[in-house]
Design a protein around this ligand. Structure first.
Ligand code: SF4
Length: 87
């Protein structure tokens, strides 16, 4: 499974981080991102030193044990902006 967030639609409520804190986090801009974590999720995201990139650029692989929480976050997301791709 892969996941990314469209920050243009994110309301900044932080529900995703509440549900899956291992995957999602908020930045200073008030929006939420998929954690840059090549060590945990695989090297799908090119780390540029600025932290997790926005949008599809920030797509990351999710380990199976976090898949359920990511799906729940996507279902609950009020912005409907968490996008999941099944590999
Ligand atoms: S749940 Fe959705 S709208 Fe809310 S902060 Fe997370 S990505 Fe943004």
């Amino acid at each position: 499974m892969k996941v990314w967030i469209d920050q243009d639609l994110c309301t900044g409520d932080g529900l995703c981080e509440e549900i899956a804190p291992a995957v999602f986090f908020g930045k200073d801009d008030g929006l939420f991102y998929v954690k840059e974590s090549a060590d945990t999720f695989g090297a799908e995201v090119k780390f540029d030193g600025e932290g997790s990139p926005a949008g599809a650029e920030g797509m990351a692989r999710i380990p199976d044990n976090l898949a359920e929480a990511v799906i729940e976050a996507a279902e609950e997301c009020p912005g409907e902006c968490i996008f999941i791709e099944i590999e």
